[in-house]
Write a protein that binds this ligand. Structure first.
Ligand code: SF4
Length: 167
C-alpha cells in the first residue's frame, strides 16, 4: 500500500503529526483511505466515491482532524494521494493555492512563525508572576533641562496647578 505514514522520512519537522492515543480509523482500516489518482474516474468511480464518503465520515469524527489536515497540507510530497482529514488530493491542492494567495508563497513559514508566537505566548502565560510589592528599579527623573518635558510627568500630575503655600 502506498499510503504515506507520518513516520515516513522527510516530514516538515515544524509540523509534527498530531498525537492522539485514540486508535484513528486510518490506522485501523487504512484501505478505506486509499485513493489513488484516477480512482474517481472510469469504471471504479462509484466504488471509489462510496469509499471516499465513508472515509470522510470517519475523519469528521476523528479527534485530530484539524491538525491532520494542517499536516497533510504542509507535507505535500507525502500526501500526493489518498484521503487525509476527509480531503482528496485535488482538494488539498486547491487549499494550498488558497493559502498561498492569502499568506504568500512562503505560507508554511508564515504558519510556522505563528505557531512559534503562539507557543511563546502560552509559555509566558504559564510562567509564575512575581508576588508582593514590585522590586523594579525605581526610575529617576531626567536631570537635564532639555530632556525634561511635561510628558515625563506622571499623567496624574500633568494638569495639577502648582500648590501655593499657606499664608
Ligand atoms: S483525520 Fe487524519 S488521522 Fe483522523 S482518521 Fe482521518 S486521515 Fe486519519
Amino acid at each position: 500500500m502506498s499510503r504515506p505514514h507520518p513516520t515516513d522520512p522527510a516530514p516538515d519537522p515544524r509540523f509534527p503529526f498530531p498525537h492522539t492515543s485514540a486508535p484513528t480509523r486510518c490506522r485501523r482500516d487504512p484501505a478505506l483511505f486509499d485513493l489513488a489518482s484516477g480512482d474517481l474516474s472510469g469504471d471504479t468511480k462509484n466504488a471509489a466515491q462510496a469509499r471516499l464518503e465513508q472515509a470522510r465520515r470517519a475523519c469528521s469524527a476523528c479527534p485530530i482532524v484539524t491538525a491532520c489536515l494542517r499536516w497533510a497540507l504542509v507535507n505535500k510530497t507525502l500526501t500526493t494521494e489518498n484521503v487525509f482529514a476527509g480531503t482528496t488530493p485535488a482538494q488539498r491542492r486547491a487549499q494550498r493555492r488558497g493559502l498561498a494567495d492569502r499568506l504568500g508563497p512562503d505560507w508554511t513559514d508564515v504558519l510556522a512563525a505563528r505557531d512559534q508566537a503562539h507557543r511563546a505566548r502560552a509559555e509566558a502565560a504559564r510562567s509564575p508572576q512575581p508576588r508582593g510589592p514590585s522590586r523594579a528599579t525605581p526610575t529617576t527623573p531626567p536631570t537635564s533641562r532639555s530632556s525634561w518635558t511635561s510628558s515625563d510627568c506622571p499623567p496624574s500630575t500633568r494638569s495639577r496647578k502648582p500648590e501655593t503655600p499657606p499664608p
